[in-house]
Design a protein around this ligand. Structure first.
Ligand code: PEP
Length: 251
């Protein structure tokens, strides 16, 4: 039985004041105890958020890490070890906005995945197809290619301590959500693909859905057998919405 995970990606949103208010409101909500919850604030707010989360049971994650594990001359970068040092337990790798805006390649993402695990962080590997790829019938192939960039390089066992987030690019921040059936189809294909290498790893692997998840559609999505929670962008900036999504992931 996989324990659900709901992760809130705050992207480049927030101020000291708004983040404090959001967390105050969030910790006052009815939060489920059978769901893992995590928030991923912008880098400069990580330490403040870590302090505000104390005792809440909500984990802290970062939105990115450097390819290099050890400290060094890499202006503007933050290493996975530094993220671990300030209290993070997870990191997003390969979010589509970074793939698109920062030209992150599968090779770079694999190196970040390695760095994250070496530092003791859980990488959340984000994969997903564009609208053109979906319309061309290439969604499954695209997602498999992004997973294979890690799986074939590092071996299937690395997914014992990792999470995959399926995020169709056309559904991110667009208000367009994949239907539960569309999402389940890709999640099942991802699990079947990993199972070709290890049925045990595939069975234990948490696969999150991301793309305009909100309180109104979360329960239907999370009811699908291969959807183990969500990676939530916009709706994670609203305490009531986010807590309702977390509750929808529980029993
Ligand atoms: C995301 O940023 O990972 C995401 C899924 O965003 P949204 O929920 O706003 O579509």
């Amino acid at each position: 039985m996989r324990r659900p995970l709901v992760a809130g990606n705050w992207k480049m949103y927030g101020t000291c004041a708004s983040i404090k208010q959001l967390l105050n409101e969030l910790t006052e909500q009815d939060l489920p105890d059978d769901v893992d919850m995590a928030v991923f604030p912008g880098l400069i707010y990580l330490q403040a958020v870590d302090a505000l989360l104390a005792g809440s049971g909500i984990a802290l994650g970062a939105q990115d890490c450097a390819v290099q594990l050890e400290e060094g001359a890499m202006t503007g970068e933050t290493s996975a070890l530094q993220l671990k040092d300030i209290g993070c337990s997870a990191v997003l790798v390969g979010h589509s906005e970074r793939r698109q805006l920062q030209d992150e390649t599968d090779g770079v993402i694999c190196r970040k995945f390695i760095a994250a695990q070496a530092a003791g962080l859980t990488p959340i590997l984000c994969v997903g197809e564009s609208l053109a790829e979906r319309q061309a019938g290439q969604a499954v192939a695209k997602v498999q290619q992004q997973i294979d960039a890690v799986l074939l390089e590092l071996g299937v066992d690395v997914f014992n301590n990792a999470v995959i987030a399926y995020e169709p690019i056309w559904a991110i921040g667009s208000g367009l959500t994949a239907t539960p059936e569309q999402a389940q189809e890709i999640h099942a294909q991802i699990r079947a693909h990993v199972a070709k290498y290890s049925a045990t790893v595939a069975q234990g692997l948490r696969i999150l859905y991301g793309g305009s998840v909100k309180a109104a559609n979360a329960a239907e999505l999370f009811a699908q057998v291969d959807i183990d929670g969500g990676l939530v962008g916009g709706a994670s900036l609203n305490a009531k919405e986010f807590s309702a999504i977390c509750r929808a992931a529980g029993n």
